[in-house]
Design a protein around this ligand. Structure first.
Ligand code: UDP
Length: 236
């Protein structure tokens, strides 16, 4: 195992099935749970930050008339819905989980307390961090970088639709080439769209390597954990 304590960032959109108009595709949720089970059995500690883009994004909402701050809170609530969906899928596989939220909602989840989160991880529970950072004008990528720093994660694994960071969007540009590794500073200078600048900066300051990998490849996550697949690694 290349990493012990991982923080996985999944976008909300990765969970959805547009054709069937489902926010949470049962097959994707089951795929996630099966890989988590394998990784836990190997001894990994897993924390998750999930986005909310399959349900609501503050910026998009503000373009159609919702107040930006209100929209961002709606987006944060969307991440809580996704967190509960992931919790449910994991529990169906017999995996112990805790949802912890940045905005207190005691009837639904535990409030985020760093020491408690670490304790859950040490006990082998998957910890799902909901409600982003709890602040408007942030993204769940930044929340992932923040939580990864707080729990001293060995890596921030960023799940995407492609197997790493490319010079251009490989779906649109056939000449795009993949970076095996890239420095935080280069990623910032090149304004790579894969994560926002705040997230890159936070990881850079706190020495958290980022691995961008293909979420939809069979066993993609397990392969990153074991070093079979390296994706693109962002480091100093
Ligand atoms: N959001 C926020 N603060 C945070 C994290 C998220 O205000 O710390 C809001 C923001 O409106 C964002 C939405 O929640 O658009 C959903 O998160 P994101 O867009 O990062 O989700 P993803 O694209 O990963 O699905």
């Amino acid at each position: 195992m290349k990493y012990k304590r991982i923080l996985l960032k999944i976008s909300g959109e990765a969970l959805q099935n547009r054709e069937k108009a489902l926010n949470h595709d049962p097959e994707i949720m089951a795929m996630l749970a099966a890989q988590f089970k394998t990784m836990l059995e190997m001894g990994a500690e897993i924390a998750v930050v999930v986005g909310g883009g399959n349900i609501f994004r503050g910026l998009a909402g503000s373009q159609s008339g919702t107040n930006r701050t209100t929209g961002d809170y709606m987006g944060m609530l969307a991440t809580v819905i996704n967190s509960l969906a992931i919790q449910n899928a994991l529990e169906n596989e017999g995996i112990d989980t805790r949802v912890m939220t940045a905005i207190t909602m005691r009837a639904i989840a535990e409030p985020f307390i760093r020491r408690k989160a670490v304790r859950h991880l040490e006990k082998g529970r998957v910890v799902i961090f909901g409600a982003g950072t709890g602040n408007p004008y942030f993204t769940t990528d930044s929340a992932a970088a923040l939580r990864a720093s707080e729990i001293n994660a060995d890596v921030l694994m960023k799940a995407t639709k492609v197997d790493g960071i490319y010079t251009a969007d490989p779906v649109k540009d056939p000449n795009a080439t993949k970076f095996e590794t890239i420095t935080y500073q280069d990623a910032l200078n090149k304004q790579l769209k894969v994560m926002d600048a705040a997230a890159f900066s936070l990881c850079m300051e706190n020495d958290i390597p980022i691995v961008v990998f293909d979420f939809f490849k069979e066993n993609g996550m397990v392969d990153v954990l074991t070093g079979v697949e390296s994706g693109t690694r962002v480091t100093h």
